[in-house]
Design a protein around this ligand. Structure first.
Ligand code: BGC
Length: 740
């Protein structure tokens, strides 16, 4: 039996931030944190807008909208809201099949009990509308005032971002307009209500809010329903956001709440057709993986073709709303298999045409151009993608990305300068999409240019010692961010080789087709890249007793202190202390933040014997803190590839439960990093499909080599491969793939 619902009964004030993430609803255009309607800025409510960034006091980060969901109750003249007045019962739930948030709260008042129920969703069919419904009942003749409107004082990490805020009543409706601080992008949030009972209604503007006050008296036992629509447009969507918001509001009201909800539900059902995973025997795993898929669906940009997905989805401003390697390595594979059009969009984000992007904003050049400029700034050639990419490929990562807990001072970190593996992730995403979907139109001129420029970047990083023939890459950070500025990272060098080798192939094809950009000398580039790919130094499995079969993470890693994770944890002086950088507790040890060599082995598992895969899994796992949500999924997938689904299982569940479990990591030094974890969601899906079901391609055919964990009796899902849909069914004995 599956429920498609998560619930939280009872009220605990300190859970507000975590529940805001877990109960997120969204539609790719915006994300609504799963917070209560009466919450003001200090309890972290947010309606987070995709792709509109602003800088005012600190980091440039995505904008949170004026909160059109803001509402609370007055009963017999007294305010009833949380946390101020303790309820006698309270709970929230999320229908993650349809992205609908529910809340119920009952308060005891001097004359009897009053219950408030709310429902809300971010329109999946019409992304500019949020639908809300209030249902109020009491067991006495309660004098009710429902207060609902728009709160313009929003939660920001580095705000405020909105200025020229205007709040206006427009007959029965209300509209707030504002502009972003940096670029003056206009935004409009309109709000309208409809009470299905006789009520007196007033509007007021008070304390940064514009509000409806709806007065009525309850008959005992009767339910009073009020519908509400919130519409949102920005100057990037339309010429006149205010007019559009008001117009859509009227249209939504005419159509009615139920129609909007029905269309929204239908759209979600369509999305599940290709996405749902069924698991017999393990309901917990099935629910966790579908909940993960829910998050990926809620944040996929469908309304525009110039956006990708940030590392914390649309759950707020953490990580500056920036796009990391998370998208290509962990999310693109999911979308390529279930919704290729979205995967394509995510990749095209990396090479939007220069002309088109220029129209949007004068300094917003396309992301490839941004990557070219970044490489040039460091004295390299080619394309070095932004480590934390905001719109237009602007690198939001700062030189001082962590604040020291002891001194309160910013710490120099080298994520932006040295995580050169980002460009390889972009190439990996593109090629993975093309191979899986068969749609090689992504390798048009821009695609070829992107790959060639990334290859040129790695080429320009190569170093050769006078005494050696091979080429090395020095002074980098691999996926394990705790060890900075290291040489010959196993992951980075292998990925660089992958880019160089594939650039040769892509150039060859482009030359045959006549699509090689004119500025390139195909023969010369091919020769250079082929030579580089051949001579690039790769960390190989060691021989000798101590490290038999182990691939060293980087030069000198084995010489670092080999100490247990627990010992290193025990050295912390403060629980929020940063483990890496110059003085971190892990920096001088073999303790690593996340899968690094294991990530490389998972991607290139076919090149190694199972004994090597297993030895490295066993060596690195106890030395991994799993301080990033990206880590567990890689261990899970590699465990499946060595035929050990039981070992994979806890890591798979860790990935799938990343946003469901209590106590996720919320701090890096003094910086708040809480939010949702879509990369872990993507990894959970990949573990099911590539790991447990063992789906892969052999000679252009889809095949499976299943390894089901004991708890799973049957596994069933669909994938879209090369434009055809296949149904995969796996049980403990065999797997079948049927074309639909
Ligand atoms: C991880 C990175 C990741 C980023 C965003 C960091 O903690 O180390 O690998 O890209 O978070 O999810």
């Amino acid at each position: 039996m599956r429920e498609w619902t998560i619930r939280e009964e009872g009220y605990e004030e300190e859970k507000a931030a975590a529940l805001g993430n877990r109960y997120l609803t969204g539609n790719g255009y915006l994300g609504i944190r799963g917070t209560l309607e009466e919450y003001e800025a200090d309890r972290l409510p947010a309606i987070n807008l995709a792709g509109i960034y602003d800088r005012s006091t600190g980091w440039r980060e995505p904008v949170n909208l004026p909160n059109g969901c803001f509402s609370y109750l007055r009963v017999d003249g007294e305010m009833y809201r949380l946390p101020e007045v303790r309820p006698i019962s309270h709970g929230i739930s999320l229908d993650y099949r349809h992205g609908i948030f529910h809340r119920h709260t009952t308060w005891h008042t001097a004359r009897g009990n009053v219950t408030l129920r709310t429902e809300r969703f971010a329109g999946m069919d019409q992304v500019h509308v949020i639908g809300m419904r209030f249902q109020i009942s009491a067991d006495f003749h309660a004098d009710i005032e429902l207060v609902t409107g728009i709160d313009t004082k929003v939660w920001d990490l580095n705000g405020p971002h909105l200025e020229k805020i205007s709040m206006q009543g427009q007959q029965d409706d209300m509209v707030v307009t504002a502009q972003t601080h940096e670029e003056g992008i206009s935004i409009a949030v309109a709000e309208g209500v409809l009470a299905s009972y006789p009520a007196e209604m007033k509007q007021i503007v008070k304390d940064h809010k514009i509000l409806h006050r709806i007065f009525f008296i309850t008959m005992p036992g009767e339910t009073y329903t009020t519908d509400k629509w919130i519409t949102v447009f920005t100057g990037k969507d339309v010429v006149n956001p205010r007019e559009e918001a008001l117009h859509l509001l009227q249209q939504s009201r005419t159509e009615g709440y139920d129609t909007l909800l029905e269309r929204h539900n239908r759209r979600w059902e369509e999305l599940w057709k290709h996405a749902e995973v069924k698991i017999r025997g393990d309901v917990k795993a099935m629910e966790a993986v579908n909940y993960s898929i829910y998050h990926l669906q809620s944040i996929a940009p469908r309304h525009t073709d110039s956006l990708s997905i940030p590392a914390r989805g649309l759950s707020g401003q953490t990580y500056k709303g920036a796009v990391f390697w998370d998208t290509e390595m962990f999310m693109v594979p999911y979308f390529a298999m279930t919704n290729p059009a979205i995967a394509r969009k995510l990749l095209e984000y990396r090479y939007k045409t220069l002309g088109k992007a220029r129209i949007l904003m004068k300094y917003r050049i396309d992301t490839l151009a941004g990557a070219l400029r970044k490489a040039a700034n460091y004295g390299y050639e080619g394309a070095f993608y932004a480590w934390e990419s905001q719109e237009g490929g602007y690198d939001a990562c700062t030189d001082y990305n962590v604040t020291d807990v002891f001194t309160g001072r910013p710490m120099r970190t080298y994520f932006k300068d040295k995580q050169v593996h980002i460009s390889a992730a972009v190439v990996y995403g593109i090629l993975r999409y093309v191979e899986w979907t068969g749609d090689d139109s992504l390798l048009d001129t821009e695609g070829v240019r992107t790959i060639v420029e990334c290859a040129k970047f790695y080429y320009s990083l190569l170093l050769r010692r006078l005494t050696r023939e091979d080429y090395e890459i020095h002074d980098v950070i691999g996926p394990d961010e705790y060890h900075e500025r290291i040489n010959n990272n196993g992951y980075t060098n292998r990925m660089a080789k992958y880019v160089l080798e594939n650039a040769v192939k892509v150039i060859e094809t482009a030359m045959q087709r006549g699509t090689l950009p004119e500025e390139y000398d195909g023969q010369e580039l091919k020769a250079k890249f082929a030579d580089a790919a051949e001579k690039l130094f790769l960390q190989r499995p060691h021989t000798g007793e101590k490290h038999e079969n182990i691939i060293e993470q980087f030069d000198g890693y084995f010489q670092m202190e080999d100490v247990s994770l627990e010992d290193v944890r025990g050295r912390l002086l403060n629980e929020k202390e940063y483990w890496g950088g110059a003085n971190g507790v892990a920096s001088h040890t073999q303790i690593i933040k996340q899968a690094d060599v294991v990530t490389m082995l998972n991607l290139f598992s076919r090149e190694y014997d199972t004994s090597v895969l297993r030895a490295n899994w066993e060596y690195y796992e106890p030395r991994t803190e799993h301080g990033s949500s990206l880590s567990a999924g890689m261990y899970a997938m590699l465990a499946c590839k060595i035929g050990e689904p039981q070992r994979a299982y806890p890591f798979f569940m860790k990935s799938a439960m990343a946003d469901l479990k209590e106590g996720g990591k919320e701090w890096a030094g003094l910086v708040y990093i809480g939010g949702t974890h879509p990369a872990a969601a993507g990894a959970a899906y990949m573990t099911v499909v590539e790991g447990f079901a063992g789906i892969c391609t052999e000679n252009g055919r889809l095949v499976c080599h299943p390894h089901l964990p004991q708890s799973m009796e049957e596994l069933e899902f669909s994938v879209i491969y090369q434009n055809r849909e296949y149904r995969v069914h796996i049980d403990q004995k065999e797997g079948t793939i049927t074309e639909l």
